[in-house]
Design a protein around this ligand. Structure first.
Ligand code: ARG
Length: 477
């Protein structure tokens, strides 16, 4: 073995002077890319197969290499093992770490694995495998949250609440309708993630440092073994592309937005002022000072934590902006940003369990849905059915509302005579047209809050979720 190899560096051949010790340590990535050990091992095993097919390795050598790689993976799976990788004294990065460990185990055969490949393609491959796995975890967590919402919607049955525009009471809606609104957001989030996954699912191995491998490797072998749809198309692009990281982070920013909107609504609805929701004790905390407190820490932390996602997406945008082709060490910086959002799937799983545990205070919501003239639009529609143009009907009901406010009652507590001051079209059937159920059911359109429509929507949503879960089970990765 040459001196350089013994010194443990991968590239010291052309150097005469040692590295500045502080700089050397500063530029290492093992302190964070230790997370990519499994991906690095899987990609290395696949590369060994490609080298066998290219007749660079014998069958025995390939078997020995693959076994040694498996043994390395097994050695560092525990938390203590992971910490050992992270704190390794000399490894520059995860690629170097695996090489060092291979040489420790099987001597110079370990060095042979680097034939025909570059760390530039390795890191690009490891990161694609990593993001693909994170997407799967996020996807599954989102499905769990969507299911929790649908189940809650089913259980809510015909419970009602006010809807709001401008944070002012608008019209009554079914609680289920409101919960299903979040499911729509989640389903769009899932579609975005799946789209990102399909686009990243190509294998950079064989792209070399920039211009393509210097051996005639069959790139389909590695792509297949790693369950990619095929090899990437262009070696310059493949070694310098981190779009998939940015795309993943950007897709996650939508997840973050939706989580934060949900968290904010729950936080508000759990206040004494609203009183719509009772917070589950299992997911709330007390105050060390005020004995009566039950605080919504879960939703508050979610509201704040999603900021990290947006920060990471912004950081990667700025890291990639203006980078010349092809690989630049700048790209190493994108890693920590994508690792920084590893907390997201667990957070979504928590929200799912929290969603199941919240309790709606039906009476309070019902009361709120029936006070404040939330049936005024239904009342105007009643007049429309009597042949009055909506603008005129709006005016007449507006006048009736003003009268009722002054009298301190709701619209349906006015007498027919009182109503007739505002239009002779009012008849006895008015009172049936402005009950709570009539007010709900007059929104009888696809996507509306009429009770039958919401039932249909629930069934359709359940079906869509089943289909998605099945697709995920079949996709395998
Ligand atoms: N740790 C490096 C990264 O994350 C691996 C690639 C190093 N390549 C190189 N030419 N220095 O980007």
């Amino acid at each position: 073995m040459s001196d350089e190899q013994q010194s443990g560096k991968m590239w010291s051949g052309r150097f005469r002077e040692p590295l500045d010790a502080e700089f050397e340590n500063w530029q290492r990535s093992i302190g964070f890319d230790w997370r990519l050990l499994d991906e690095e091992i899987a990609a290395s095993k696949a590369h060994a197969s490609a080298l066998l097919a290219a007749k660079i390795l014998t069958k025995d050598e390939t078997t020995e290499l693959r076994k040694a790689l498996d043994a390395i993976a097994a050695e560092y799976t525990s938390d203590a093992g992971k910490a050992q990788v992270r704190d390794h004294a000399t490894a520059e990065d995860i690629h170097h770490f695996v090489e060092l460990k291979l040489v420790e185990r099987i001597g110079s055969l370990g060095l042979k694995l680097h034939t025909g490949r570059s760390r530039n393609e390795q890191i690009a491959t490891d990161l694609r495998l990593y993001v693909r796995q994170q997407i799967t975890l996020t996807h599954d967590a989102l499905i769990a949250w969507a299911k929790a919402l649908v189940e809650k919607a089913e259980a809510a049955d015909d419970a009602v609440m006010p809807s709001y525009t401008h944070m002012q009471r608008a019209e009554p809606v079914l609680v289920a309708h409101c919960l299903l609104a979040y499911v729509e957001m989640i389903l769009r989030d899932i579609a975005r993630l799946m789209d990102c996954k399909a686009r990243l699912n190509y294998c950079p191995l064989g792209s070399g440092a920039v211009a393509g491998a210097t051996l005639a490797l069959d790139r389909t072998i590695v792509a297949k073994e790693l369950r990619f749809a095929g090899p990437t198309i262009n070696s310059i692009d493949a070694t310098s592309d981190r779009d998939f990281i940015l795309e993943y982070l950007q897709a996650l920013t939508f997840v973050g937005l939706h989580l934060s909107r949900f968290a904010e609504e729950i936080t508000l609805f759990a206040t004494a002022e609203f009183g719509f929701i009772t917070l589950p004790e299992a997911f709330s905390t007390g105050s060390s000072a005020m004995p009566q407190k039950k605080n919504p820490d879960l939703t508050e932390l979610i509201r704040a934590k999603v900021g990290r996602i947006h920060g990471a997406a912004e950081a990667v945008t700025l890291q990639l902006k203006g980078l010349p082709l092809a690989y630049n060490k700048d790209l190493q910086e994108t890693q920590e940003q994508v690792f920084a959002v590893e907390f997201v799937p667990q957070m979504i799983r928590l929200v799912a369990r929290f969603t199941t545990a919240i309790e709606f205070n039906r009476e309070r919501m019902n009361e709120a849905a029936q006070s404040g003239y939330l049936n005024a639009m239904a009342a105007a529609t009643y007049l429309v059915h009597k042949g009055i143009p909506f603008r005129t009907a709006h005016q007449k009901i507006g006048n009736a509302v003003r009268f009722a406010i002054e009298k301190g009652v709701e619209l349906n507590a006015l007498t027919l005579d009182e109503l007739r001051q505002f239009g002779e079209e009012f008849e006895q059937d008015f009172f049936a047209a402005v009950t709570l159920t009539a007010t709900l059911d007059c929104h009888n359109v696809t996507g509306g809050t009429a009770r039958e429509r919401v039932k249909e929507a629930l069934a359709a949503t359940l079906k869509r979720l089943d289909t998605l879960a099945q697709e995920a089970a079949h996709a395998g990765s």
